[in-house]
Design a protein around this ligand. Structure first.
Ligand code: FES
Length: 334
């Protein structure tokens, strides 16, 4: 079972600085809801001193993603942009008293969002732009640049660690060969720069993809059985997710049947990502603008199910172009 520190649980259930920052003059967005994790970081930066006066976030992801995003905002408020840029994903994890290895990707997402927000403030293009980088893991939308940065910043030397820190390789493992190649090349560069001992460097063929798949499946089963800590607040109070972008204009000329099919397709797209964390969601019915869904697996009884439902709702509205309300039914109804 994943062992969370008390501080992670606190930031998980009582997130600081969650929500929209209307007066933001720097915004960084990383990940994608379709890939299971997304984070939007908004900063208010003093133009004279470049001090971060305020920081807020919206995220779609697991509890560790919320805790990491919240921790990040606490760390950077009061710092100049240059000081903030020196913060690593390990600093975020350390602030929380550590994260389970399998959840380190949440701290990496925070790091990437910060880099992206600062680049946005300075009118630069963040180099993690997926259109520029080579997409390596299609299951989780992870590109080569992010993997290389995570390897070098955290001195990663195994494919398993790449999955922990970036999620790449945590699904079908079609990307395994590419992950090996990136890791061995990056480690070779680190050895040449004196940052890694030669015997620690990864060599292609050292990892067994079958074992990695078994481990991923075992982690999924573990997530499904893991009890959730009890929150101090209600779900709606802690949910930091609100629509991340304005809705497109309403779709015209769609029949009810077409709408239902589209809703079905969108939910089907999201299910693999929920399953990865041991949960699941099925469409039960569409009643006017109410989309009735049934959560199952780890989503049942999960104190963050409202975050999941908000994410599904936002995704539906963004694609459909009109407001809908996602309502849980069955055991999870409230
Ligand atoms: S493509 Fe990377 S896990 Fe599927």
């Amino acid at each position: 079972m994943w062992d969370y520190t008390d501080k992670v649980k606190d930031y998980f259930f009582n997130p600081k600085n969650a929500g929209v920052l209307n007066e933001a003059n720097a915004v960084g967005e990383v990940g994608a809801i379709a890939c299971g994790d997304a984070l939007k970081l908004m900063l208010s930066v003093d133009p004279e001193s470049e001090v971060i006066l305020e920081a807020k976030f919206q995220t779609f992801g697991c509890g560790s993603a919320i805790a990491s995003s919240s921790a990040l905002t606490e760390i950077i408020i009061g710092k100049t942009l240059d000081e903030a840029l020196k913060i690593t994903n390990q600093d975020i994890a350390d602030f929380l008293g550590g994260l389970p290895p399998e959840k380190m990707h949440c701290s990496v997402m925070g790091y990437e969002a910060l880099q992206s927000a600062v680049a946005n403030y300075r009118g630069e293009v963040w180099k993690d732009d997926h259109e520029e980088g080579e997409l390596v893991c299609k299951c989780f939308g992870v590109d080569a640049g992010l993997i290389e940065r995570a390897i070098k910043m955290n001195k990663l030397t195994t494919v398993e660690q790449i999955t922990d820190y970036t999620k790449a390789g945590g699904g079908c493992l079609t990307c395994f060969d590419k992950l090996e190649e990136i890791l061995s090349n990056a480690n070779a560069e680190m050895v040449a720069e004196g940052l890694l001992a030669e015997h620690e460097a990864y060599r292609v063929g050292a990892a067994d993809p079958k074992k990695l798949k078994e481990k991923a499946q075992a982690a999924k089963a573990q997530a499904a059985q893991a009890p959730q800590p009890q929150p101090q607040q209600t779900l709606t109070q802690i949910s930091p997710l609100a629509p991340m972008s304005p809705l497109p204009p309403p779709s015209a000329g769609m029949t009810n049947l077409q709408k239902i099919r589209m809703i079905e397709e969108i939910i089907e797209e999201l299910r693999p990502h929920l399953k990865k964390d041991g949960g699941d969601c099925e469409l039960v019915d569409v009643d006017g603008s109410n989309v009735l869904v049934k959560l199952s697996g780890a989503c049942v009884g999960c104190q963050l199910s409202s975050v999941t439902l908000s994410g599904i709702q936002e995704r539906l509205m963004a694609k459909l172009g009109f407001p809908v309300r996602v309502v849980p039914v069955g055991r999870n109804a409230h």
